[in-house]
Design a protein around this ligand. Structure first.
Ligand SMILES: *Cc1c(COP(=O)(O)O)cnc(C)c1O
Length: 409
C-alpha cells in the first residue's frame, strides 16, 4: 500500500507550499509514536484532563423495553467539552508543541471543533484563530461565545456560501502563509496524509477502552459496534480495535436528513461518488463538476459532504456496513434515550442510538450491541427545543431579551 493510502483512498493532494509542513508533521508523528515520554504524557492528559476512560454503561431500561440484544453505551459525552473530539485535539496540541509551533488554527462549521481547539490552545499556551463562515456564526452563536471565552479569535468568513467549506479555504490560506509558527488542527479523520492516520491513532483509545470494559462485564467481544459518521473520527476510533475481529460487526450511521433528494441528507453511501477534494481522495457528495454539494442534517456534526478515506476503503471491502437514520428517527431516539436512561445524547450520537433501536429487537437476548455515544446533547438545546416546538422555551428567550434591554436602557 502506498504511504498515506487506504486502498485507493487517501493521499496528499495539496499545493506545493504545504508539502514541507505536512512532511514535518509526519516525521514528528513517526518519532512520537515510538517515544515513551510522549505517549505517557498523552495518556496522563487523557486521564487527568479529558476524563478518560469514559464509562461503558449498560442501558438496561432501553434494552428491556426493546426486548432483544443488550445495549451498552460508550459515553464519550463525559469527556471535557462534551464529545470525543478533545482526544485528537490534545494529541495534535502535543505534536504542535513538539514542532515548536506557537499558534493553532482551525476551521469550524457547527463550532464543536472550534471549541475543542480553543480549549487545548488555552491549556497548552498557544494563540488560537478559528475560521468560521458568517452564516454558521449566526446559527451557532453559543459556540462562538465559548471560543471567545477560551481566548480564541473567531474570524468570520464572508466569501462563497459563508459556511464550512469557505472556512476551510480561509484556514488553508492562513496555514500556507504562516507554516513556520502555525499548526492547523484538523477536526476529523479527513484531509491530506498524515491527518487521517494521526487522528485515527489518537481516537483508537476509544475502541481499546470498549474492549477492556465489555470484557469485564460480558467476558466476550460485542456482536455489534455502532457509531455515527460525519468525517468519521468517532467511528474509526471505536472500530479500529475490532477491525481484525471478524465476529464483531461494524456499523456506520450516516445522516438521512429529511429526504432522499440532493441537499436533503448527507449520505455519502450510496449517493456519493469518488473524487479528490480538500486534499484527499474519498467518496464525496459532489456535482458533475466535482464541486461539493449542499448537505442537510439536524445534527451539525454529520452535515459533511466528505468522509474519511479509511472508512471509504472499509466500505468498499464490506468490513464496515453503512446505514442511515433520518432527522425524525434521531429525534425520537434522543427522547427515548433521555427518558429511559437519563442520558441526553448529542443529535449526532442519537443517530447511532436510533440504529441500535431498530436492530436490537431482531437479535437474541444474549447478544451485545455497543453504541458509541460520541457526545452529549447540551450543545443542541436550541435545535431540540425548536424541533419539539417548545413554546415555553421561546417565551423564556423573549422574556430574557426584554429584561436585558431594560437593563441596558
Ligand atoms: C463532530 C461530532 C461528530 C462527527 O464527527 P466524526 O469525525 O464523524 O466523529 C459526531 N458526534 C459529535 C458529538 C460531534 O461533536
Amino acid at each position: 500500500m502506498k504511504r498515506g493510502h487506504f486502498g485507493e483512498f487517501g493521499g496528499r493532494y495539496v499545493p506545493e507550499m504545504l508539502i514541507p509542513v505536512l512532511e514535518e508533521l509526519e516525521q514528528t508523528y513517526l518519532e512520537v509514536k515510538k517515544d515513551k515520554k510522549f505517549q505517557k504524557e498523552f495518556k496522563d492528559l487523557l486521564k487527568t484532563y479529558c476524563g478518560r476512560p469514559t464509562p461503558l454503561t449498560f442501558a438496561q431500561n432501553l434494552s428491556e423495553k426493546l426486548g432483544g440484544a443488550k445495549i451498552y453505551l460508550k459515553n464519550e459525552g463525559l469527556n471535557l467539552t462534551g464529545a470525543h473530539k478533545i482526544t485528537h485535539c490534545i494529541g495534535q496540541a502535543l505534536l504542535a508543541k513538539r514542532m515548536s509551533k506557537t499558534r493553532l488554527i482551525a476551521e469550524t462549521g457547527a463550532g464543536q471543533h472550534g471549541v475543542a481547539t480553543a480549549t487545548v490552545a488555552a491549556r497548552f499556551g498557544f494563540s488560537c484563530t478559528v475560521y468560521m463562515g458568517e452564516v454558521d456564526i449566526q446559527r451557532q452563536r453559543p459556540n462562538v461565545f465559548l471560543m471567545e471565552q477560551l481566548g480564541a479569535e473567531v474570524i468570520p468568513v464572508s466569501f462563497g456560501q459563508k459556511t464550512l467549506k469557505d472556512a476551510v479555504n480561509a484556514a488553508l490560506k492562513d496555514y500556507i502563509e504562516n507554516v513556520k509558527t502555525t499548526h492547523y488542527v484538523l477536526g476529523s479523520v479527513v484531509g491530506p496524509h498524515p491527518f487521517p492516520t494521526i487522528n485515527r491513532d489518537f481516537q483508537s483509545v476509544v475502541g481499546k477502552e470498549i474492549r477492556k470494559q465489555i470484557n469485564k462485564v460480558e467476558q466476550r467481544l460485542p456482536d455489534y459496534v455502532i457509531a455515527c459518521v460525519g468525517g468519521g473520527s468517532n467511528a474509526i476510533g471505536a472500530f479500529t480495535d475490532f477491525i481484525h475481529e471478524s465476529s464483531v460487526r461494524l456499523l456506520g450511521v450516516e445522516a438521512g436528513g429529511k429526504g432522499k433528494e440532493i441537499g436533503e441528507n448527507a449520505t455519502r453511501f450510496p449517493t456519493g461518488s469518488i473524487g479528490v477534494i480538500e486534499g484527499y481522495k474519498s467518496y464525496f457528495l459532489q456535482d458533475s463538476d466535482g464541486n461539493l454539494q449542499k448537505t442537510h442534517s439536524i445534527s451539525a456534526g454529520l452535515d459533511y459532504p466528505g468522509i474519511g478515506p479509511q472508512l471509504s476503503d472499509l466500505q468498499n471491502s464490506g468490513r464496515v456496513k453503512f446505514t442511515s437514520v433520518t432527522d425524525k428517527e434521531a429525534l425520537e431516539a434522543f427522547r427515548l434515550l433521555a427518558q429511559t436512561e437519563g442520558i441526553i445524547p448529542a443529535l449526532e450520537s442519537a443517530h447511532a442510538v436510533a440504529e441500535a433501536i431498530k436492530l436490537a429487537p431482531k437479535l437474541n437476548k444474549d447478544q451485545v450491541i455497543v453504541v458509541n455515544l460520541s457526545g452529549r446533547g447540551d450543545k443542541d438545546l436550541f435545535i431540540i427545543a425548536k424541533s419539539f416546538r417548545d413554546k415555553n422555551f421561546f417565551q423564556f428567550l423573549k422574556d430574557y431579551i426584554k429584561e436585558e434591554e431594560n437593563e441596558f436602557d
